[in-house]
Every structure is written in structure tokens, then in C-alpha cells.
Write a protein that binds this ligand. Sequence first.
Ligand code: AMP
Length: 290
Amino acid sequence: VTTQVIRSIAELRKALASVRETMRTIGLVPTMGALHAGHAKLIETAQREADCVVTSIFVNPIQFNRNEDYDRYPRDLSNDVEFCTVRGVDLIFAPPADEMYPEPQRAFVDVEALSDHLCGEFRPGHFRGVATVVLKLLNIVQPSRAYFGEKDAQQLAVIRRMVKDLNIPVAIVEVPTVRETDGFALSSRNQQLNAEERRIAPALNQALRRAEKLISAGVRGAEEIKSSALAILQRYPEIRVEYLEIVDPESMQPVEAIAGPVRVMMAAWIGKTRLIDNVLCRQPVQAANS
Ligand code: AMP
């Protein structure tokens, strides 16, 4: 049997009503498709914790701005259906754009401050589009749990804050980043890289790990840490760094001095492909008293 693919909101609600009747819990894994092992990890986590797993596959137009890559974003529904079938996903919700947006959307969710920096600065309107579509999906599916990857840490922080501030009755579950053996974080966009671009891509994670190492060695100055990490990337003329920033993991505000847990966040272009990655650095070891 293949996983059931549902394209309409009404049909999905009907299918989920009978799931709820038998008191079974629902887990939602929102994705934009072109599924890979990172998504599989979200699905497996959901399957351990929920009776019925819904994977949504929707490339959300309102989170891309005009000069971005909405058209270029990889789409492969038949592969994704196979991917979900093999893994025993219960339902795929893959609505066409006009099912989610039958008219121009007039209501939006803005999560202030958390969306100001990092990707929010370079992709104006992006998190407004993300928060809005995630709220729509939560309202459509009404899951008890929803699963998100640490790879998109700012997105996760924005969603957590939306859920808290708007009292949405769902538990948000964070899933660690799945990486290739060379440290390169899995992403649907990775398939856009040519062989040469793929070869240098591990430098992104190496730069983050350099920052992590300095922080755990007790270095406190963000500027010093950032320039040391950037030095790794500057060896490659093909890599154009958009930002490399050290932020508070919850508020997503840049810090100047490390005084607690921080997340080192980066976005960089390799050729025509924009990639992001981040690492969490927990409380640095207290410098020994001399
Ligand atoms: P996307 O399809 O890229 O929008 O991602 C859908 C979900 O999968 C998001 O919650 C992402 O954070 C998560 N995700 C994407 N890549 C990875 C990865 N390499 N490891 C873990 N989760 C991921």
C-alpha cells in the first residue's frame, strides 16, 4: 500500500476526524518536499511519539520574496510519496497553492524581534510567511505534536514563540540536524550544487565548529570568534557569506560577549545556492581561577 496523498483541506479534516474518534494522537511533520534523511529523522521521531503521522509537503509561496528561488525550489512529489510509503507515514497532505491560498492572504502572523536579524534581515517577510503557513497547517491538522529541525534554528525559535504567545495547543518538538559524514548539513537545496561546489561545502560546518571550539576553550569576545570562523570560509572564493552571527538561542538577538548558551548561525551562498547551518554552544566551562 502507498501512503494516502490528500490534496484538499476538507478531505484531510475528514480523514483526521476518524483518527481522533479512536483517540489516536496526531503528529505533524511540515516540509517543503524533496525529502531527505533529515526529514526522515523528523518522521521517525514523530512515529515514536504519535499514533498517526501526517507529513505535509507544500512549497509555501508567501515565504519566498520575488527575487528568490520559489520557482527554482526542487519539487518531486512522486519520489516523496515513495519516500513516505517506505517509512510508513500515515498521510501526506500535499495541497496545491490555491488550496492553501484561494484568495490573497490578508491575515498574517508576525513574530517580532526574533525575526529581525539573520535570515529575517536578508529575507524580508520570510518568517511572516513561515509563521503564517505553520499556523494554517496547525489549524488544519490540529496535531498534538509538531516536529521541526534544529537546522532551521531561527524558524524553530519563531514557531516556539508564536505557539507560546498565541496559546496554540501543540507541543513543538526539536529534532537535531542530520549531516553527511563530512559535516555538511542535509538540505533539499544541496541537490542544486555541482560537484565542485559540493566539494567545498563542508567548509560551512567547519567554520561553525571552529567557533564552537573557541567558545568551549573560554574565548568570550564574539568578534574574535566570528573573524576566526570567517577565516576558514575566506579561503574559498566561491563561498559568499551572508551572515555569521552569535546569538541568544531563544531571542535570536546577537551577543557581543559569551556569557551563557549561544547559537552560532550562518548563511552563505555557494554559487547560486543559499545554504544555512548553525551550532548550539552550551555554557562555556568556567575559566579556572588562577
Ligand atoms: P524543509 O523541507 O527544508 O522546509 O524542512 C522541513 C523540516 O525539516 C524543517 O523543520 C527543517 O528544519 C527540517 N530539516 C531540514 N533539513 C534537516 C536536517 N538536515 N536535519 C534535521 N532536520 C532537517
